[in-house]
Ligand binder design. Structure first.
Ligand code: FES
Ligand SMILES: [Fe+2]
Length: 327
C-alpha cells in the first residue's frame, strides 16, 4: 500500500477522557509511533512526557509501587520513576533524586525528558503533536455542550475504534458525497453542493434540510467543524439535539484511533432514551464500520482523478496539507 508522504500531521489530538485519569494516576500511552506517559499531578493537571527515564531508561508508565510500598507513582507535581525513584515534573525537569547528594549537572537547570503540551477541555485531554516539537500554533476549541458540569447535556456516550487507516482518509470522507450511496447505501446520492468553509486551521460545513416528522416538518441542521486534523465536532439540531465530539489520533504509521463521544440534550432533566438521537448515533457508528473496509485496503494517490461531482475533496486536501511539516 502506498503511504502518504508525511505520516503525521500536527495539531491537537484527543488522547484520553478526563474521567479516566484520576489525581495521581499514571498511564502509558502510545501515539505517533512513540512511547509516552500521561499522568495527573496532585494539583490536578494532566501532563505528558516521553516515556523513558533519562537515568537508566525505565518506562515511567509501568510501576510496581503498590507491592513495594515505595512512593509513587506521582508525588506533588512530579511523576516518580518506578526503577530508582527519581522525580520529574510536567516540564520534564528532574525535581528530586532521593538518594543523591547532588543532582547531575545536566539535570540542574534544564529539562531532561521531552515534555508535551497538553490541554484539558470538553471533558477530554488533548495533546499537541508536532513532528519538530514546535509549540502550539492554535488552540483546542471549546465545545460548550461538553464543558465539565454542563447539566443540560448527558454524560458522554463513548464509541472507540482502532483501525488500519490514515487520518487524512478519514477527514476526506466528509467531503466525499458520492461514497454515501456506494459505501453506506443511502437512498439517494447526497447533493455535492454542501458548502465547506475553510478558514485557517478550521473548516466548517452546515447542512440544512427540512425533515418530515410525526410532529410536522422540522428544519434540521448539521454543523460540522474541524479544528486541525485531530479535533472535530458535529452538532445535530432541529430534529434532535445531539453533539458528537470527535477525535482522531494516529497510533503509528499504519493505525488510527478514532474516539467519538456523543452528548444528548436532556429534556426536563432526563436523557431521552432511544429516539432520533440514538438512531443518529447508531448510524454514525455503522457508517464508520462500513468506511473502515475501504480505508483498510485503499492506497493513496497524490493526484487523484477527480470529476465535477466529487465535492470539495481537492479543497479539503489543500486545507489538510497545511498541517504537514514540509522538510
Ligand atoms: S531509571 Fe528512572 S530512576 Fe533509574
Ligand atoms: Fe463514510
Amino acid at each position: 500500500m502506498k503511504k502518504h508522504a508525511n505520516p503525521y500531521p500536527f495539531g491537537w489530538f484527543k488522547i484520553a477522557y478526563s474521567k479516566d485519569l484520576e489525581v495521581g494516576q499514571v498511564k502509558p500511552i502510545h501515539y505517533f509511533g512513540r512511547e509516552l506517559v500521561l499522568f495527573r499531578t496532585e494539583s490536578g493537571s494532566p501532563r505528558v512526557l516521553d516515556a523513558y527515564c533519562p537515568h537508566l531508561g525505565a518506562h515511567l508508565g509501568y510501576s510496581n509501587h503498590e507491592h513495594t510500598g515505595r512512593p509513587g507513582p506521582v508525588v506533588g507535581d512530579s511523576i516518580v520513576c518506578p526503577f530508582h525513584g527519581w522525580q520529574f515534573n510536567g516540564a520534564g525537569e528532574c525535581t528530586h533524586i532521593p538518594y543523591a547528594k547532588r543532582k547531575p549537572p545536566r539535570a540542574c537547570d534544564q529539562a531532561v525528558i521531552n515534555a508535551w503540551s497538553v490541554e484539558e477541555k470538553n471533558q477530554c485531554i488533548w495533546l499537541w503533536f508536532h513532528p519538530e516539537n514546535e509549540k502550539p500554533m492554535f488552540e483546542v476549541v471549546d465545545i460548550p455542550e461538553a464543558a465539565p458540569g454542563n447539566e443540560e447535556w448527558s454524560d458522554f456516550e463513548i464509541h472507540e475504534w482502532e483501525l488500519k487507516a490514515n487520518i487524512q482518509d478519514v477527514a476526506e470522507n466528509g467531503a466525499d458525497p458520492a461514497h454515501f450511496y456506494y459505501v453506506h447505501g443511502t437512498a439517494e446520492m447526497p447533493s455535492s453542493d454542501t458548502e465547506v468553509e475553510f478558514n485557517g486551521h478550521q473548516r466548517r460545513s452546515v447542512i440544512r434540510s427540512r425533515m418530515k416528522t410525526p410532529k410536522g416538518v422540522i428544519d434540521g441542521q448539521i454543523e460540522a467543524v474541524g479544528n486541525g486534523p485531530g479535533q472535530s465536532y458535529t452538532r445535530f439540531s432541529g430534529i434532535c439535539e445531539t453533539v458528537l465530539v470527535g477525535g482522531l489520533v494516529p497510533i503509528d504509521e499504519e493505525r488510527l484511533k478514532i474516539s467519538f463521544s456523543f452528548l444528548k440534550k436532556r429534556v426536563n432533566g432526563e436523557v431521552p432514551e432511544g429516539g432520533v438521537s440514538q438512531a443518529i448515533i447508531r448510524d454514525i457508528c455503522k457508517q464508520l464500520e462500513e468506511d473502515s473496509v475501504i480505508w483498510e485496503h485503499k492506497t493513496y494517490h497524490e493526484r487523484p482523478l477527480l470529476c465535477d461531482g466529487d465535492g470539495p475533496i481537492a479543497k479539503l486536501r489543500k486545507w489538510f496539507g497545511q498541517f504537514y511539516q514540509v522538510a
